[in-house]
Every structure is written in C-alpha cells, then in structure tokens.
Design a protein around this ligand. Structure first.
Ligand code: GDP
Ligand code: MG
Length: 692
C-alpha cells in the first residue's frame, strides 16, 4: 500500500453489540475496494478480519483487526473490534487510536447492552460518531422500531443522513439527503429519488440542514435569518456538528449484501475527521509537563503502541503515529526504558496479511515486528524530546479462575506463558495468592478466561486446568488476650529454653501487624526480643482458625525469662510463635472476607429483581440511581457471594445487565456463619494437604 498524508487518513473504530455485522461489513468493503478478490464469511471462518484461531473456531471476533482500504483517494483504517463484552478491552484500545467511531445497530434487535457499552466507550474517549443501522435486509426489519430503540436507549441528537429505500428483504438502497439522490443496489448506483419518497426526503433534508447549521455559529445565524445554506455549507456544518458531538448522523446498510455500503464509505470520507481535524494529541514531556501537540509530520515524534500480538514468528506491535513520521529501518527512543529501539520494516496489516511500507505519516496506523521489550501503552519518540501519551484505561477484572498446570513441564512454563498472555491483553491479570497458594487469572468474564487458557495451549503449548478460586480470607482478633509460654527442651544434647509473656491487642486491620516491647530490666535481651518478634511473624502466615494470614494484631512482649546456657534465638522464635498462637486463640479470633464495591446497571424493570437478589448475597446497598431508562445499584458485596454473578445477572436480565466490581476492604464474616465456614475451610486445607 502507498503512503498517505495526514489529511488523507480516517481512523475509524467499528463498534457494536456482538453480531451486528462489523466483520461482515468490513469483508464487503475489502471486496468492494479491491483489497480482496473473494469474499469470505464469518459463519464459515473465512472472514479476513477473524483470522485468529479462536475466531475461526468460534465464528466471531475476539480481537481488533485492522482493514486499511482506499476510498476516493482517502485511506480508511477500519478497526474491526469484537462486540462481545468480555473483550471491551479491545474496544478501548481501538478508541484510543481512532479519531471517530461507527456504531453499528442491528436493524431487527435495535440497541442492545453491548451497543450501550460501546457508546459509553466512544463517549468516554470523546470520539465523534455515526450510527449505522445494519442488516437492513433481514426479515422483520421495521425502521420505525429501530429508530425508537435508538432514541430510547442512547443519549444524543440523531438525525437521518439517509432514508432507506425499502426495509427487510425489500431493502434496495438509500436516499442520500446531503446530495438529494438515491444510491441503489450492491454497487450504490446513483439514481433519482423514488417519486413516492420525494416529500419524505424533503422533510428529512430540512431536518438535516437544521442539524448542520448547529455545527457552526455563522451557519446557524444564516439559517435563523431564513437564508438558504449552500450544499458546501451543509456538508461543512454537518461535519463540524458531528465532530463536536452535537449531532450523530444515522446511515442504513446491509453490509453483507453490500447495499448502502458505497454511500456509507462516502460518508466516512466526507463526514468523519482526519487525524489532524480532532484538536491534536495530549502528551507529557520529560519534565512531566502536559501539552497538546498537532497531529502533523512537523510535530515531535510520538508513536503509541496500542496492541501487541504474539505468534510463531514473534511479537507484532500495532502502532499509531501521533506526531512526526516513522520510517522503516530507523532508530527510535524508548523513554520508559531509556533505551534505543531498532525499528525494522514497517508494515501495513490487513487482518493477518501484511505489506511493507517505507514511512508512516502522522496519524497513520501500522505494525512492526520484534520491538524487543516494548509493549502496549508505550510511547516511542526522539531521544532528545521524549513524549509520553497516557495509557489506555481499562476496567477492573470481573471474573477469576485458579490455574492448575497439568504436568510438571507445564508448571515450568507457566509464569512465562501467563506473562505473555497478559502482555497481549491488558484486561487480563495474573498473580499468586499467598493465602490460598493459588495462581489466579482474572479477566472480564468466563469466556475471556476460557479463551486465554485455550490460547496458552495453542500459542505457548501450556496445558492448564481451571477451578473456581478460593476466597482469600484473612484472620484477625476481636479482643486483647495474654499468653505466658515457655519453650523448654532439656533432654540430651544442647538444650533450648525460652519463656515469653505476650499480649495481643486488636488494631485496625489495615495496620497489619505491629510489635512492641515493654521489657524493663533486661528480663529478655534485645536479640531475643527480636527473635520473639520473628516467631510471631512466622505465626502470622497461617492463623489459628483455618490457616489464613493474620492481620490487625498488635503484639507486646512484656516479660520473659532467659537461661544462661540454653537460651538461644531459635528457642525464642519458637516461644514467640507458639505464645502468639496461644494468645490469639484466647483473643476471639475471627475470619475476615474481601468485600467488593459492585455497581450494577440494568433496565429499570429489572431493579426489583436485582435488589431482591442482592439480599440473598449478604449485600449492603449503598445507593440507587436512575439514568434514562436504566437503574444503577451500588452495593458492598462479599467476594464469596459474587463468584457466579456474571451468569446470574445475565439470566436475571436476559443479558441486558452490566456490572463492575472493585476491591474495597476486608470485612468480618458474620458471627452466625463463622463456625460452619471455619469447619469447611479446615476440611479443604486437610484435603489439600493430602493432595500435596
Ligand atoms: N442478513 C444479514 N446478515 C448479516 C449481515 N451482516 C452480517 N450478517 C450476519 O450476522 C452474523 C454476525 O456477523 P458478524 O459480521 O460476525 O458481526 P460482528 O460480531 O459485528 O462482527 C453473521 O452470521 C453474518 O452472516 C447483513 O448485512 N445482513
Ligand atoms: Mg466481528
């Protein structure tokens, strides 16, 4: 592919609820623009944008793929994102590098929960957008109904840029209200407006002109004075109104059949902004000062990595040039690591196909292999003028599994392959939980985690089994207590002797563990006080109830006794450890559990069910809100009650509910549940011990 100047580029994220037809639309566009000579299809795994093994297998997208195509001399970088909510991370990264978004709405089902989620993402990034009513050819399409659904569920000022000619299987084309002409058939041939649509088209045109006037003060003045706006003024006004988000134009097409697609591409070129039309990019310099720079070849070099992908050939970095130009076979500076990075051959990627390119101009998107340590969210630039672009903001994880490598060989490769998985996907996290000795993989939902586990096998050859993670409980005390403990071993060989008198006191759990000495007169020497503390700390790792870490305890050693020969550090460690346990046992020990702040957004009709269900989860409702047709509930919920929430919420709301959760604090397990829970956890520990 040739080089394009900044003004000849459009970076457009295609976003929607799963299955609205983004990948099929891109396939059609690739075909229409001559990028491919045979149309593939999502359903049989041959769509060019669904090339990952998992995508072919599932017949749907799980990752963002790029389709660079040329239309009317302009390069459109179409970012085909996955619609499934588990992969919202891919939508966020696409939004980061897109200058606008095309939000697809399926003509029969209308606005769905995923539409609202991607709408919110576009809003969060301030991206101007058009709304594309797609699959217009399906049985049972009712344009009136889909427009109602848009008006009821999305916040915006929507205005028809087109009128559909026919609906359902009778869908033949669109009336372009900007040029007042019809575009019909698979090729988008120009034709006169059908006679029976003439008056409707005139009315719709009037509404469009009014909306266009809103884009510019001079135009609105002219409009209000009753003067006719010229065609060029309407086009310019509409572009500005769209850019500022005061208007969202609606278009109609059937991506798979191609009807309406020519007019759609025209609108992408004419209405959506080039990279240098969106008000620049913000970055911080080496001194930490933030400023806005023009997206221009003349600006300091700023290359942002928005995606990394590994396969057998190594790592591919997907990058967007925000400022300056980036040339193949050049050197570039990695400010974060203070190191020079060699850039090999730059590529233009279309799905999995790549072609080399000599240079990328400001605003363009490309890929390069083997950037070494460089990863997603890094900004590369000039050594003398390092700029940093803010990282992509990703949501907190919603689901976790415990990972168990299948064999010894898998264990050896586990952490390396987990590191590679999370480097590719920033909504995926892994850690080891010390209190349960489990390796935890967290992500956006069960499907997300299943796919990650599958990828570990297919890409890195690591086989792992998953289970529901154990809740990382903690233990604490509820009152003060004392212990006077003597450790004595004086039979045969060298003896051991230590006596310690300890007091444990409850303190705020966040204070963890504190240790103090109130020894006066040298009953226990300083090194043995330290040894005692060491012993107490050992005991913290596994509490007396069920072996979970102990927090919120202050320990005071206030007396003790040494033996002139048999006292040694190891003896005081033992006495400290055992004395601490004894004191804790008397201090009303109690289990603590992690509490999360959960936010649930559902259609208002579901509010009652959600609240009722929250009651069964030991939740404490913090607040309720109404936003349009949506109800929002915020509550504190113990993690133990949230393990299957994604699936439960889906069934309570027919998939129309969304939730997020964030760790808040540890809280006490209610008294009436303690004994049973402790018994259960002890049993688990025993079986775990046997298994090892
Ligand atoms: N009738 C009809 N079906 C379509 C159209 N576009 C896509 N589909 C079908 O809708 C399903 C989902 O399409 P896909 O492109 O994977 O949607 P995506 O999830 O948005 O990428 C597939 O079975 C397609 O064959 C269309 O324009 N008309
Ligand atoms: Mg897709």
């Amino acid at each position: 592919m040739k080089e394009y100047q900044t003004g000849q580029i459009r970076n457009i994220a295609l976003v929607s609820h799963n299955g609205a037809g983004k990948t099929s639309l891109v396939e059609r566009i690739l075909f229409k623009t001559g990028a491919i000579t045979r149309m593939g299809a999502v359903v049989n795994g041959t769509a060019h944008m669904d090339f990952e093994e998992e995508e072919v297998h599932r017949n749907g997208s799980i990752a963002t793929a790029i389709a660079p195509v040329e239309w009317k001399g302009v390069k459109l970088n179409l970012l085909d994102t996955p619609g499934f909510l588990d992969f919202i991370g891919e939508v966020n990264s696409a939004m980061k590098v897109a200058d606008s978004a095309a939000v697809l709405v399926e003509a029969v089902s209308g606005v769905e929960v995923g539409t609202e989620a991607v709408w919110a993402a576009a809003e969060a990034y301030g991206r101007p957008r058009v709304l594309v009513v797609n699959k217009m050819d399906r049985e049972n399409v009712r344009v009136r109904r889909v427009k109602e659904s848009i008006a009821n569920n999305l916040v915006g000022h929507f205005v028809d840029l087109q009128l559909p000619i026919g609906e359902g299987p009778a869908f033949k084309g669109v009336v372009d209200l900007l040029h007042m002409e019809a575009r019909v058939g698979e090729k988008g041939d120009k034709a006169p407006i059908p006679a029976d649509m003439q008056s409707a088209a005139e009315d719709a045109r009037a509404a469009l002109v009014e909306a266009a006037a809103e884009g510019d003060d001079a135009l609105i003045e002219k409009f209000l004075e009753g003067e006719e706006l010229t065609g060029a003024e309407v086009a310019r006004g509409l572009k500005l109104a769209t850019l500022n988000g005061v208007v969202t134009p609606i278009l109609y097409c059937a991506g798979e059949t191609g009807v309406g697609v020519d007019a759609l591409l025209d609108a992408f070129v004419d209405l959506l902004p080039a990279p240098n039309e969106v008000g620049g990019f913000t970055a911080t310099d080496a001194r930490g000062e933030s400023a806005t720079y023009e997206v221009s070849n003349a600006s300091p070099l700023a290359v942002f990595i928005f995606k990394s992908r590994e396969d057998n050939f190594g790592k591919t970095s997907y990058l967007r040039v925000f400022g300056g130009t980036l040339a193949s076979d050049s050197r570039i500076w990695d400010g974060a690591r203070n190191a020079e990075v060699r850039v090999g051959t730059l590529q233009i990627s279309s799905g999995k196909e790549t072609s080399p390119i000599g240079k990328l101009h400001a605003g363009d998107i490309g890929t390069v292999v083997k950037l070494g340590e460089v990863g997603t969210n890094d900004t590369l630039g000039d050594r003398g003028k390092v700029l940093t672009i803010a990282p992509i903001v990703q949501p907190d994880p919603l689901a976790s599994v415990a990972i168990h490598p299948a064999t010894q060989a898998d264990t050896a490769k586990l952490s390396q392959s987990l590191n590679r998985l999370v480097a590719e996907d920033l909504t995926l996290h892994w850690s080891t939980e010390p209190s349960t000795h489990e390796t935890i993989l967290s992500g956006m939902g069960q499907a997300h985690l299943d796919i990650a586990v599958h990828k570990a096998l297919s890409k890195f050859g690591v086989n792992m089994r998953t289970t529901t993670p154990r809740v990382p409980y903690r233990e604490t005390i509820t009152k003060s207590a004392d212990a006077d403990y003597t450790h004595k071993k004086q039979t045969g060989g060298a003896g051991q002797y230590a006596r310690v008198a300890l007091r444990v006191e409850p303190v705020e759990e966040s204070r963890g563990f504190e240790f103090a000495s109130e020894i006066f007169g040298g009953a226990v020497s300083a090194p043995f006080v330290s040894a005692t503390e060491k012993g107490c700390r050992q005991a913290l790792e596994g509490g007396v109830l069920a072996g979970y870490p102990v927090v919120g305890v202050r320990t005071v050693i206030y007396d003790g006794k040494m033996h002139p020969v048999d006292s040694k550090e190891i003896a005081f460690q033992t006495a400290g450890r055992e004395g601490f346990k004894e004191a804790v046992r008397k201090a009303g020990p109690m289990l603590l559990e992690p509490i999360y702040e959960v936010t649930v957004t559902v259609p208002a009709d579901n509010m009652g069910d959600i609240l009722g269900d929250m009651n069964t989860r030991r939740a404490r409702v913090l607040g309720m809100d109404q936003e349009g047709h949506k109800s929002i509930v915020r509550a504190e919920v113990p993690l133990a009650e949230m393990q299957s929430y994604a699936a439960d919420l889906r069934s309570m709301t027919q998939g129309r509910g969304l939730f997020s959760m964030k760790f808040m604090q540890y809280g006490r397990v209610p008294g009436h549940l303690q004994d049973e829970l402790v018994a259960k956890l002890r049993k688990e520990r025993e079986t775990e011990g046997e298994a090892e």
